[in-house]
Design a protein around this ligand. Structure first.
Ligand SMILES: Cc1cc2nc3c(=O)[nH]c(=O)nc-3n(C[C@H](O)[C@H](O)[C@H](O)COP(=O)(O)O)c2cc1C
Length: 335
């Protein structure tokens, strides 16, 4: 474990996006060669203690800790990330067509704040590529797939992109996350306005019903922005309940920052409080009716506990993993 922690620190000396790729490829190498198992202490497998009847879905998770969307956008690292002991991974966000995303540099570390700023813009290899990786995965842990729209699809036709992705990934995913909250695709966040969202989510609901005849019911989660005004957040929650969608992910990155590297979404420590406050607000509306996945600023065991104490059923990590490496994941899954 010490070697992995040392390697994580070493990677921080390299440019952000380069070290990101290097880290995941090294992890894959360690996994494929069987070395990863030797470097990790034995994991205790435990199921979630609290089993509420409404949460049949949650019973399938071996623990509450997962990797957030964006870490494995194309599903290239599913098995090696799963080997770290998490209960679930959200892959994507994927779009119908492959796209390069925004010009580089577009990923920055702010070490003193323990944050990342990214304006990647849904760089991904397209839904067919991801689908193939989903089909070929070995792990049995829960895999969610985050779906989005291509940058050149206007919002009025965005539903077509979401439906196309949903159609393709549904069979091979344990849940699907609808990403309407990335700040790095122009006007994407406008999809959370009631006028767009009602149409989008109604179409998604009806597609889910159709697909469930062939592949069973797969929960659909909506991922929200931490920058959402409370009135609108309330309407989103009510719409999710009204349309009988299955859950909510709180939250994506925030644009509420003064990061010297310019535009983009901030994640990590500075996001924690804001994301938790929004989560508490959501919990107050949805009560125990639907599961909440917390995301935003989980950098330590205490941060994780804060999310659970604030009503999260599952907790995702991204930036904490970049800063603390596999040790954080082990600490969390062994709680
Ligand atoms: C580099 C990077 C890429 C991301 N890409 C996505 C994405 O494709 N889809 C998505 O829903 N969220 C994406 N996110 C947001 C994360 O899933 C997560 O919600 C956010 O970073 C807050 O969690 P954290 O503070 O633990 O990082 C990305 C975050 C980062 C840092």
């Amino acid at each position: 474990m010490k070697i992995l922690s040392f390697f994580t620190k070493l990677l921080h000396l390299l440019p952000s996006e380069f070290s990101h790729g290097l880290a995941l490829n090294s992890l894959k190498f360690l996994h494929v060669t069987g070395l990863l198992k030797l470097l990790l202490p034995i994991q205790r497998h435990r199921s979630i203690a609290k089993k509420e009847e409404k949460e049949q879905f949650l019973e399938k998770f071996k623990n509450r800790v997962g990797f957030a969307a964006g870490l494995d956008k194309n599903g290239d690292y599913i098995d090696c990330l799963a080997a770290l002991g998490v209960g679930f991974i959200e892959v994507g966000t994927v779009t119908p067509e492959a796209q390069n995303g925004n010009p580089k540099p577009r990923l920055f570390r702010n070490r003193s704040e323990k944050s990342l700023l990214n304006r990647l813009g849904f760089n991904n290899k397209g839904v067919d590529y991801l689908m193939n990786n989903l089909k070929n995965r070995q792990t049995k842990i829960i895999i969610g797939t985050s779906i989005g729209k291509n940058h050149n699809t206007p919002n009025e036709f965005a539903y077509r992109d979401y439906l196309l992705c949903l159609d393709k990934v549904y069979e091979f995913s344990d849940y699907v996350a609808v990403n309407i909250s990335s700040p790095n695709t122009k006007a994407l966040r406008e999809l959370s306005d009631e006028s767009y969202l009602r149409i989008l989510l109604s179409k998604i609901k009806s597609k889910q019903e159709t697909l469930s005849y062939s592949f069973g019911h797969k929960p659909i989660f909506i991922k929200v922005s931490p920058d959402e005004e409370l009135d609108n957040l309330k309407s989103i929650c009510n719409l999710i309940i009204e349309l009988q969608l299955d859950g909510i992910i709180c939250s994506n990155t925030t644009v509420d920052h003064l990061d010297a590297n310019g535009k983009g979404g901030v994640s990590g420590a500075p996001l924690r409080r804001k994301a938790t406050e929004k989560q508490l607000f959501i919990k107050d509306i949805v009560k125990n009716n639907i599961p909440i996945i917390a995301s935003g600023g989980v950098m330590s065991v205490e941060d994780y506990q804060e999310k659970v104490d604030s009503g999260a059923d599952l907790v995702q990590v991204y930036t904490g993993f970049i800063y603390e490496g596999p040790k954080l994941i082990l600490d969390l899954v062994n709680l």
